[in-house]
Design a protein around this ligand. Structure first.
Ligand code: SF4
Ligand code: SF4
Length: 89
């Protein structure tokens, strides 16, 4: 099944691609850089630890992995290769 969002025209997401981003709670410092960098709003920080609220709108940019200086974010490609498509290729 494919989803779209009026907030991001031209983009669609394929459902069922799995949990391809994980947070190591032992390493997370609660700095919230992942929250600030994620345009899709996938993260929140609660009680000084990051958590993924939803990957439904993740655009697989890898910014959360890149920005995390604590090496707490791991990123692997979604099941099936990608769960994110644009009309531009
Ligand atoms: S950027 Fe990394 S260390 Fe900072 S809150 Fe997010 S997961 Fe935790
Ligand atoms: S890969 Fe990009 S869109 Fe997906 S959760 Fe990380 S920062 Fe957000």
């Amino acid at each position: 099944m494919v989803r779209t969002s009026s907030e991001f025209p031209g983009i669609e997401w394929v459902e069922g691609t799995g949990d391809f981003i994980r947070i190591d709670g032992e390493k997370c410092t609660g700095c919230a850089d992942c929250v600030r960098v994620c345009l899709a709003g996938c993260f929140a920080v609660e009680e000084k630890k990051a958590k993924i609220t939803s990957l439904e709108r993740c655009m697989e940019c890898g910014a959360c992995w890149y920005v995390c200086t604590g090496d707490a974010v791991s990123f692997s490609w979604p099941r099936g290769g990608t769960g994110f498509r644009t009309r531009w290729g």
